[in-house]
Write a protein that binds this ligand. Structure first.
Ligand code: 5AD
Ligand code: FES
Length: 347
C-alpha cells in the first residue's frame, strides 16, 4: 500500500495494521517527510502549538532491579549511589515553578528506602510548597501504594513496559515479568491516575516486526502519556556489546507513527534522542512530540544518573536547562504550555 493510502486511513479513522506500520517504518526520502508532516499536523490539531515543560528530578539512583541494559542496575558497582535530601528536591521544585514550568517528574530507581510513607511525605510537601502537577516514576508498586500516593497528590505515573515481546522482556529483565508491569499499568489506570508508558527501540535482537508490535500494543493501552526512546548500549552493563539493530531514522519514524495512532496522547521528546543526534529532541517536537522534560536534578547528582552514555545536560545546571529549553522552543515558533498539561483523553 502506498504512503498516501496508509495516511488517508488515519484521516478516515481506520486503524493501521502491522503491515502498514512496517511500511511506514521502512519508508524513505519524500515518503518519510510525508509521515513526519502528518504527525506534526495531528500534533498541532489535537495538542495545539504549546510545548509542555516537565522538569525531571532524578531523586535517587538506588535500584533493587537488574535490568540488563540499565546503567543504575543493582549489579553495577561502579555507580556512586545517592539520594537527594527532601529539602533539596523541594528547592528544585520551587525553582522550576519560578522558571514557568507546570509539572515536576520525580524519577528514581526502584529504591526500597522510599517506603510508601516517605514518598507520601514528599508528595504532600511539594503540593504544599508549589502548584506543580506531580508525575511519579518509581517502578512497580502495589495497587494500595499507588492509591495512597494518589490521595497524597500524585497526578500521573510513568512506567515503561520496555518491550511487548515476552521473550525479549525476559532476556532483558532477569528479575521481572512483562505481566507484572502490565498489571501495574492496569492498576494505575483503574484508580484514575494519568498513566504513561512506552518502550525502548532497538533492544538486542529486536526485529522490525517486534517494533511494529510494540507500537500496536502501546495503542491498545490507551495511554495518557507515551514515552519511548532508543536503546543505547551502556558499557557498565551486560548489554555493553550489543549494538542497536536499527538506523537512527527509525527512532524518529517510530515517534511519528505513535502520534498517528495516539492523537490525544502527550508525547515527550525524550532525553535519549539528544544522545543519538544533536538537537534530536527539537526534531521530535516537529515530528509528533509535544512535551519536553528539562533536567531539573541538582547538578552534583546528574553525573551519577547515567542510564546510558552520552546523556545530554550533565554539565549544565537547573537554570541552564530551564533557559535553554525556552530558547529551543521559542526558536521553533512554538509557545510554552501555561497550564499543567493534564491528559485530554476522554474530553
Ligand atoms: N538506553 C536507553 N534507555 C534506557 N533506559 C534505561 N537504560 C537505557 C539504555 N541503556 C530507559 C528505560 C527506563 C527509562 C527510565 O530509561 O526505558 O524505563
Ligand atoms: Fe539542558 Fe539544553 S536542555 S542544556
Amino acid at each position: 500500500m502506498s504512503i498516501h493510502n496508509i495516511l488517508s486511513k488515519i484521516d478516515q479513522n481506520i486503524g493501521l495494521n502491522k503491515q502498514d506500520i512496517m511500511s511506514l517504518l521502512q519508508s524513505s526520502d519524500t515518503d518519510t517527510q510525508l509521515l513526519y508532516e502528518k504527525a506534526d499536523e495531528l500534533r498541532a490539531k489535537y495538542m495545539g502549538n504549546a510545548v509542555y515543560l516537565r522538569g525531571i528530578v532524578e531523586f535517587s539512583n538506588h535500584c533493587k532491579k537488574d535490568c540488563n541494559y540499565c546503567g543504575i542496575r543493582r549489579s553495577n558497582s561502579i555507580v556512586q549511589r545517592y539520594r537527594i535530601p527532601q529539602e533539596e528536591i523541594i528547592m528544585s521544585c520551587i525553582n522550576m515553578e519560578k522558571a514557568g514550568q507546570t509539572t515536576v517528574v520525580l524519577q528514581s530507581g526502584e529504591d526500597p528506602y522510599y517506603t510508601k510513607e516517605k514518598i507520601q511525605n514528599l508528595l504532600v510537601s511539594i503540593k504544599k510548597e508549589t502548584n506543580l502537577a506531580i508525575t511519579l516514576s518509581a517502578g512497580v508498586r502495589s495497587l494500595n501504594t499507588y492509591k495512597y500516593w494518589k490521595d497524597a497528590g500524585m497526578d500521573r505515573y510513568l512506567l515503561r513496559f520496555e518491550t511487548s515481546s515476552v521473550e525479549l522482556f525476559q532476556f532483558c529483565h532477569p528479575d521481572e515479568t512483562l505481566q507484572t508491569r502490565i498489571n501495574a499499568l492496569m492498576n494505575l489506570k483503574s484508580i484514575g491516575v494519568q498513566t504513561g508508558s512506552g518502550f525502548l527501540i532497538g533492544l538486542p535482537g529486536e526485529t522490525l516486526e517486534n517494533l511494529a508490535e510494540d507500537i500496536l500494543f502501546t495503542a491498545t493501552l490507551k495511554l495518557d502519556m507515551i514515552g519511548i526512546g532508543p536503546f543505547i548500549p551502556n558499557e557498565q552493563t551486560p548489554f555493553a556489546e550489543f549494538n542497536n539493530p536499527f538506523d537512527s531514522e527509525i527512532y524518529f519514524k517510530t515517534i511519528s507513527v505513535i502520534r498517528l495512532l495516539n492523537k490525544k496522547a502527550h508525547i515527550p521528546a525524550t532525553t535519549a534522542f539528544d544522545a543519538i543526534q544533536p538537537e534530536g529532541r527539537n526534531l521530535l517536537l516537529q515530528r509528533g512530540a509535544n512535551v519536553f522534560m528539562p533536567n531539573a536534578t541538582p547538578q552534583k547528582y546528574r553525573v551519577h544518573y547515567q542510564l546510558y552514555p552520552g546523556k545530554p545536560c550533565v554539565d549544565e545546571s537547573i537554570e541552564d536547562c530551564a533557559s535553554c529549553v525556552i530558547n529551543r522552543i521559542t526558536n521553533m515558533g512554538r509557545s510554552i504550555g501555561k497550564d499543567p498539561g493534564h491528559s485530554i483523553l476522554g474530553y
